[in-house]
Ligand binder design. Sequence first.
Ligand code: HSE
Length: 413
Amino acid sequence: MVQMAVLGYGVVGSGVVEVLSTHKESIAKRAQEEICVKYILDRREFPESPFADRFTKSFDQILQDSEVRVVVEVMGGLDPAFEYTAQCLKAGKSVVTSNKELVASKGAELLKIAREMNVNFLFEASVGGGIPIIRPLSQCLAANDVIEIAGILNGTTNFILTKMIRESMSFEDALALAQKLGYAERNPAADVEGFDACRKICILASLAYGKHVYPHQVHTEGITQITLADVEYADNWGGVIKLIGQVEKTESGRLQTIVCPMFVSRESQLSSVDDVFNGILVQGDATGDVVFYGKGAGKLPTASAVVADVIDCVKHFKARKYLFWEEGSEEYVEDYRERPILLYVRAKTQDPEKAFAKAAQVLSGASRLSRKEPEEGELAFVTTCLMPEKEIREKLSSLQELEILGTIRISDF
Ligand code: HSE
């Protein structure tokens, strides 16, 4: 029998305990060992819980119990999750986490400790909830050089954008609905400002390219500035607006990475990933495009990924799973403004005809967009000549006749 502990009894923690209990027999068969939750660490009391006898408020009790060989960290945040995880690994316990903030900020450090201690540090649930992506990326696609990863990595923002696109709901109303349905966090900033997607692309980038990409290195924009006018112009262009996390290796061997809303063509597989679903496109040099799709959040999908990692730990006490990336460096990630892009622009101007002609000339080509009932003096277009974002922005600011109201990058997948 293998004894384990769960740190945190929130949505995911309670899901993990539930899945381990409801699937006890099949899990024991797959792990070839019975897995038993000996401790649940939480500050709160749960006297009515069927697991009431397992609760403890003492992390040291767990740390010092040599019977505990696997620890599930599902507390979220960095403090004390980082310290607890590092201490468990140093004590020779394998750790499984769903905590994307922890992996995105401290992954290299924790993987190093795990390697030194010959234990496992696994985090399948940190990206894409129940969608298998970490294991496929590190194992099944290991023979490929990853050319690019682009993903819809946040369910809440995808739900909001889907409501705006399909039902012409305003951003504010769609956010309120997401909160009511329990999708958005109480403080929705991590979702709508793109921070959650940023952490997830950091993890995927670090894993795909073997070197840590830290959240501060990823230029991150959320969806709070997206209007229904932008949604209509995207439709006229031939696509939809999605919040995308993207990373690719450039010829210099450095990375280009960004999180931002993008115009995604209807031809793209990601354009039909709607509601709270996530979709991740991995372009391998040997495989071509591989797409992962499913529920990126929620109690049981996430718990399912955590428990699968626990089973993997139990099956690999002797032979550690090879999962590793090295520490990153500042120069490893290029300035996002150097990347050649096409851009959608929505602006206000005195004379749209004249201003568009000038913009098309200055930007070496542009294609005008239309929508029903535009506002007086409204002009929208997409650029048609690839150029570094820095250059496009300089040229746009030289156009005195345009008051820029919004810009959105055009995706290349
Ligand atoms: N808030 C996240 C989302 C939860 O909406 O995708 C999963 O990380």
